[in-house]
Design a protein around this ligand. Structure first.
Ligand code: AMP
Length: 429
């Protein structure tokens, strides 16, 4: 996906390109379209995922399209817990709005208020603020928030940790009731959910899992299983567990179709989504999955990427991905802090190498549990299945430790994946 396809204006695209960004990060891909549509958004994203541009870019676009009032009242308010973050967000806003006629400023405590006040007097479209100073200036009658159209609560969990709840509530009281609300938080405790419920209206939920870190709240489990018994096992797990909403991952499109058919014949309402399915079929399957008329959605990694799938109680890896990072993306779909989530992987002997790569990447030995009657033959070959060129290539070339772990460093949520390594391995998905 490119920034062009997100529907951003030329002025923003120019600024983005000046920053050197080539590809929107996952949170940007997911958050920008609903924000542009004027929807409330509840986003799970931490620093480092590109979340700032995720909300700033669409806000700039909406404000530049909106009505310019001569006095420039504050139309977008961004609340953040710390001054460092506030200052950083302002820097980003300035960069992204370079080619737009919009003004922005930042206010935070601990410094003389006068320069901030004089900035405000000149009129600003976008105000970044820490709650304390905002309330302070508001109480002194030095700031009006009656024209705010968009509110962002950034790092909402940290704001609560720092005791800003009362201040946030006070700010809410002086904002116009009709506005767009965006809430970003790295974690979703009960308190955050309560806050979100009080502020957001029918929010679109989006999330970005930082690459290569497994989410602590997810219980991960491996069921070693004979390859030919996988279908029987997954059907048993779903039916006996009476699970209602399960996202299942297969490695290939053919695999997804075959498994879906078997599930349907066993009475499980299932649909497949993958690269060969048209947009209409995908949308329908996703809608059915979300509204509960489908129990299982069987997806390949590429098809699942970019889909707005809510966080789920169960994710099953019917097959392990041959790209270890995909495992992290897959299991990031399950419950987060506060909500329980289970990520189950059915692993046959020929996936031993994939499992080893995944465990190396996430830095964990995943717990194994045998299910009677489904155990693999202890003498079965652990030779990886031959699938596409990539795997074979990797096995036949001397192993460099960086092949699977190099994306750990730097801004690993961004940019296209390393083409030489991945394109061939993804061809049939
Ligand atoms: P954030 O998570 O918003 O703190 O952003 C983390 C870093 O990623 C910042 O240095 C941004 O400038 C940078 N960044 C944001 N979006 C992108 C992108 N699409 N491509 C590359 N870098 C980005």
């Amino acid at each position: 996906m490119s920034f062009n396809s997100l529907g951003l204006s030329d002025a923003l695209l120019k600024a983005i390109s000046k920053k050197g960004y080539t590809t929107p990060s996952p949170i940007q891909q997911k958050a920008i379209p609903p924000i542009l549509e004027g929807k409330d958004v509840l986003a799970s994203a931490q620093t480092g995922t590109g979340k700032t541009a995720g909300f700033t870019l669409p806000i700039l676009q909406l404000l530049s399209q909106g009505q310019h009032l001569r006095q420039r009242p504050v139309r977008a308010l961004i609340l953040t817990p710390t001054r460092e973050l506030a200052a950083q967000i302002l820097v980003n806003i300035k960069e992204y709005s370079e080619f737009l006629d919009l003004r922005s400023t930042v206010i935070f405590g601990g410094v003389n208020q006068n320069p901030q006040v004089s900035q405000l007097r000149q009129g600003v479209d976008i105000l970044v603020a820490t709650p304390g100073r905002l309330i302070d200036l508001q109480n002194q009658g030095l700031i009006s928030l009656s024209k705010v159209e968009i509110l962002v609560l950034d790092e909402a969990d940290r704001m609560l940790d720092m005791g800003f709840l009362r201040d946030i509530e006070r700010v809410m009281k002086v904002l116009p009731p009709k506005r767009q609300n965006l809430l970003f938080s790295a974690t979703f405790s009960k308190d955050i959910k309560k806050l979100a419920m009080g502020i957001l209206h029918h929010p679109v939920q989006v999330e970005a899992t930082p690459e290569n870190t497994t989410v602590d709240a997810i219980a991960q489990k491996i069921y070693p299983v004979a390859k030919e018994k996988k279908t029987e096992l997954i059907i048993k797990l779903i039916t006996e567990g009476n699970w209602k909403q399960i996202l299942v991952f297969t490695r290939t499109k053919q695999g997804a179709n075959k498994l879906t058919e078997s599930m349907i014949s066993s009475g499980i309402k299932a649909a497949a989504i993958h690269g060969n399915k048209g947009q209409g079929a995908r949308t329908k399957a996703l809608a059915g999955f979300k509204n509960g008329s489908l129990t299982a959605l069987v997806a390949t990694d590429i098809a699942a990427r970019g889909l707005d799938i809510p966080l789920l109680p169960h994710v099953i890896n019917f097959e392990l991905p041959n790209i270890p990072e995909d495992y992290v993306h897959r299991i990031g779909r399950t419950g987060r802090a506060g909500a329980s989530g289970e990520a189950i992987s059915l692993v046959s002997p020929d996936e031993t190498t994939f499992l080893r790569d995944i465990e190396k990447l996430v830095g964990l030995k995943l717990p194994k549990e045998n299910i009677k009657g489904f155990e693999p033959d202890p003498n079965a070959s652990t030779e990886p299945i031959k699938q596409g060129q990539g795997r074979q290539q990797r096995n036949s070339t001397p192993k460099k430790p960086t092949t699977t772990t190099s994306s750990r460093s730097g801004n690993n949520s961004f940019g296209p994946r390393r083409p030489s390594q991945n394109n061939d391995r993804r061809s049939n998905r």
